[in-house]
Design a protein around this ligand. Structure first.
Ligand SMILES: Nc1nc2c(c(=O)[nH]1)N[C@H]1C(S)=C(S)[C@@H](COP(=O)(O)O)O[C@H]1N2
Ligand SMILES: [Mo]
Length: 318
């Protein structure tokens, strides 16, 4: 008799529950006509429907990006966070509520046709919202799988109209030590920034996330807007963005400034390239004790490997 042994990364029955619950809620909303309305109406109208939050919630899911694992339970993704502005431990969700996200202004600056400051709600009206299910991998070797709401980073880049001489885009978080106790610790290189090449920023996977689990972004997850590059380690993916700068000089991000022997510019996920202090071969899915094998480019090789052709001499993976 042939006995099929379940491999570690295959779905277990108990893990399937959160996703099933989430999908059920979606289909209920859709049956009631909400999902359809949100995606059929212009973004502005959908916004009013969502009670003022910028963007339609839930947005229609883009089925091109599929998961190989169950979604992380919402309570885990929203209660186990890295947001050093509010403390260097995972339980910062309470402290992060001090962040005032309305109104929120984003500055576009540097090598652009015309520098500008834009109200987040006004920007959101012009962006094509959708939902994507992505894997997420922190360099500390925990991982999650979450539904982000937002729009392609390429739409943001097009909106900003960078000059053709710009080679990088740099994202910067708010700076407000009055509400962010971490920012009173002067040995950290505040404000938190990190950047991408224009080719990375306009790759189809690069995403500006304004929501999670079909709702506007919780403050602890980077409200009102953060970026998501799912093939890179989490530390690249700046939360609560107030400034978008285009430049022709490679930026040095927050973690690279702190410790360049451990954190570099590219920071692409690779199970075979260890962090100097620990292995990256496996990862723990939040909400479980299970370790699953880490995938090259976090499983997104087909989308991003071309970006790095001919760059073998670069330190692509840490
Ligand atoms: N502004 C800011 N952005 C940040 C961080 C931070 O400390 N401050 N931490 C990063 C790290 S290390 C990770 S793993 C992710 C965590 O995102 P999450 O809390 O939504 O899981 O946010 C990234 N973005
Ligand atoms: Mo991280």
């Amino acid at each position: 008799m042939l006995i099929k042994r379940r491999r570690g990364w295959e779905l277990r029955e108990q893990d399937a529950t959160p996703e099933a619950v989430y999908l059920d809620r979606r289909s209920l909303l859709q049956a009631a006509g909400f999902g359809l309305m949100a995606s059929a109406l212009p973004a502005g109208a959908a916004m009013a429907q969502a009670g003022g939050a910028a963007g339609p919630y839930p947005a229609r899911q883009n089925m091109r990006y599929r998961l190989d694992r169950p979604l992380t339970p919402e309570r885990d993704a929203t209660s186990y966070n890295n947001f050093y502005e509010f403390g260097s431990h995972k339980g910062i969700a309470g402290a992060a509520q001090a962040l005032k996200t309305e109104p929120w202004t984003i500055e576009f600056t540097g090598m652009v046709e015309k520098p500008m400051k834009v109200d987040f709600d006004e920007l959101a009206k012009r962006m094509p919202f959708e939902e994507r299910l992505y894997r997420f991998r922190c360099v500390e070797a925990w991982a999650m799988a979450v539904p982000w709401t937002g729009f392609p980073m390429k739409s943001l880049v097009d909106f900003a109209k960078p000059l053709s001489s710009a080679k990088y885009v740099v994202f910067q978080t708010f700076m407000d030590p009055k509400i962010a106790p971490g920012q009173r610790q002067s040995w950290y290189p505040w404000p938190y920034t990190d950047g991408l090449t224009i080719a990375e920023a306009t790759n189809e996977l690069a995403f500006m996330a304004t929501g999670i689990y079909g709702k506007p972004m919780p403050k602890q997850n980077g409200a009102p807007i953060r970026f998501i590059t799912p093939w890179k380690y989490g530390f690249k993916q700046v939360k609560s963005i107030v400034r978008v700068e285009f430049t022709d000089k490679r930026p040095v991000g927050y973690w690279e400034k702190l410790q360049s022997s451990e954190y570099g510019f590219w920071a692409n996920v690779n199970p075979k390239v260890s962090h100097p202090r620990w292995s990256q071969a496996t990862e723990r899915m939040l909400g479980t004790d299970e370790r699953v094998p880490t995938l090259l480019y976090n499983g997104y090789e087909e989308f991003v490997a071309d970006l790095y052709k001919g760059m073998e001499k670069e330190r692509l993976f840490a």
